[in-house]
Ligand binder design. Structure first.
Ligand SMILES: [Zn+2]
Length: 181
């Protein structure tokens, strides 16, 4: 059954990622298949997220230049390019900071992987950026769901903070782990 997200219903109600943005992220993930997509969600510092910034997955470029250092290509990894990293860094001090970094997993679950954690920590003991991480599961070109991950400072690792299920064509199935209703 086709259903459009409505105000006050579905994942927009109390969810950290408003439904229209999640739809845009799912569409980006489906279009990028069989490669991983990546991007940022931004919004006013004291308001809801309201913008999707699609980023280019630079992983293929790095892999082609140096497969020894970058053994994975964009089918199983993502890397932000220099321009996108600069934009991310600049946004954090501005009025519209990036708050979520999203990427897709190709024919794999929306679980935060060891590689994802390594990338988020950039070799440090805590995340390099103050971001939530949204991972989208795409199978056969269809975005099936996504999970949001946050840093747990007590356990010093990432944990799942919310889960969205349902395809873009079936929004009524959407829910989050922190649903209000
Ligand atoms: Zn990943």
């Amino acid at each position: 059954m086709r259903a459009e997200p409505e105000a006050g219903r579905g994942p927009a109600a109390g969810a950290p990622v408003p439904a229209p943005l999640l739809r845009a992220v799912f569409a980006h993930a489906a279009a990028a298949y069989p490669r991983e997509c990546c991007g940022l969600l931004l919004g006013p510092r004291h308001g809801a997220l309201d913008e999707v910034r699609q980023c280019a997955n630079a992983q293929d470029r790095y892999h082609e230049a140096d497969a020894g250092t970058f053994p994975r290509d964009a089918r199983s990894a993502f890397t932000l390019g220099v321009d996108d990293i600069r934009a991310l860094a600049a946004s954090l001090d501005g009025p519209r900071p990036a708050r979520v970094l999203y990427h897709s997993h190709v024919d794999a679950p929306a679980r935060f992987s060891a590689e994802d954690e390594r990338l988020a920590l950039l070799g440090g003991e805590a995340p390099a950026w103050p971001l939530l991480h949204l991972v989208v599961e795409v199978r056969a070109g269809v975005a099936l769901g996504a999970a949001l991950h946050e840093w747990d400072p007590a356990r010093r690792r990432f944990r799942e903070a919310g889960r969205f299920t349902g395809t873009v064509q079936d929004w009524t199935a959407c829910s989050t782990g922190a649903a209000q209703d």
